[in-house]
Ligand binder design. Sequence first.
Ligand code: TMP
Length: 237
Amino acid sequence: MDGLFITFEGNEGSGKSTQIKILAERLQAAGKSPLVLREPGGTPIGEEIRHTLQHSATNGAMMPETELLLMNASRAQLIRESIRPALARGQIVLCDRFIDSTIAYQAYGRELHRQTVQQVIEIAIGETQPDLTLMLKVPVSVSEQRRSARNQSSPKTRDRMEEAGRAFFERVDLGYEELSAANPTRIRVVDATVSIESVAGEIWKWVGPLIDEPDLEGEKTYKSLGEWKTARLDEPR
Ligand code: TMP
């Protein structure tokens, strides 16, 4: 049986981790055992790469190309070590960030050539694509406020990725916007400025039907996701 691969995207402070936790608990309550992963990271090798990318004291000179390759080195490992085996077992995989992050951050944010970025992603993922991507959307200004509030209340280790300026995050935001416009069936945009409960409810509208708990709106989702899956099989690779 094929599992279900769901990815979460969004800028810093969009509440992805909170929502993934809520969704995982809800899936568990429905009798599923979801596997929760994050990128970069998610495997012992990937977590070391994450440290190099984000927290290492000596990562200040990292080049955009190095960043692109390291993100995808972590991904190549995660796909083969965890994601594919879990999907083959029929498990639901929830992944905090995936390929859309690379396009938004490395192609739009760092302004690397889009085609090069795409090629590197292909080496990392092969044929493994998400079935559904939930994109949590908050304006850049809200993301900035939430990030600084979080850093004040619990000062965490330095994160090189968060040192980029506002123009970078505006480009990332534009990247996400264009990606969701270009992939309207795979990527579902969720307004993440509202309460945690409302966001969780919105997410469940998309996920519930996929695990055989259809509701009226969900039937539509399921149908369009099914159509997308069928369409994808016909697409040239
Ligand atoms: P986070 O796990 O706290 O969201 O941090 C991950 C950071 O890495 C975040 O700034 C986004 C960034 N990132 C990329 O730039 N490219 C990628 O492909 C991925 C997966 C993450």
